[in-house]
Design a protein around this ligand. Sequence first.
Ligand code: GLN
Length: 246
Amino acid sequence: MADALQIALVFPSLLGTYGDGGNASVLAQRLRWRDIDAEVIDIAVDEPLPEQADIYVLGGGEDTAQTLAVSRLSGLASVVQRGAPVFAVCAGFQILGETFLDARGATHPGLGLIDCHTNRLAGSRAVGELLGLPVVDGLDAPLTGYENHGGHTVLGPDAAPLAKVEAGVGNGEGVDGAVQGSVVATYLHGPALARNPALADWILAKVAGPLAPLDDTEEEELRRERFAALRRGRFRKQWRPPARDS
Ligand code: GLN
């Protein structure tokens, strides 16, 4: 059997708020369900970043934790250069950009792997359900998750948004996330890939090629429940799922 595909979960002790480590588990399990061998490698903060993993996953984190994380992630540049997918959530997204704010509110250099700058949202933190309609080729199903951040992320011309925001805040500019080269980033927690199997498969296809469909009945049930919660809740915009997702 070929070697197992390796999913590197980067610094879960620093970048792991809201169960984002589940994104790595979801990627590995969706491969195994298709009889493709996969393993998750937890990378501790005092360990070197593995150079040859197949996919890298970064989660959210608090301001101090994300500042520490960025100081140990210079190795991600060569990962991105060789085209390995990197999936990053919230603080993980912010530290991949050009600049973000540290815990004292000072501007801090990011890794420069996404053309974006993160400053503070005007007003209160963005906390609540986040729903977006993808604006990237090959991804159609609405993206559902929740957000909890104070960051306002402005994309530059080299970064494309992942989705148009239908409910919630996302980057703070009417869009959520970023796609640039092999990097995919979002403000969606949940974990995002448990709530959005199509997004998980979109990332997996980059390393595993065309994938056989899976029975996502349970995931669709979760999505329907979340869409219904959005309709019940007090959100900036009322939203109804398109027919294909209802
Ligand atoms: N500390 C960052 C912010 O508040 C990211 C938070 C998170 O990852 N949930 O903007």
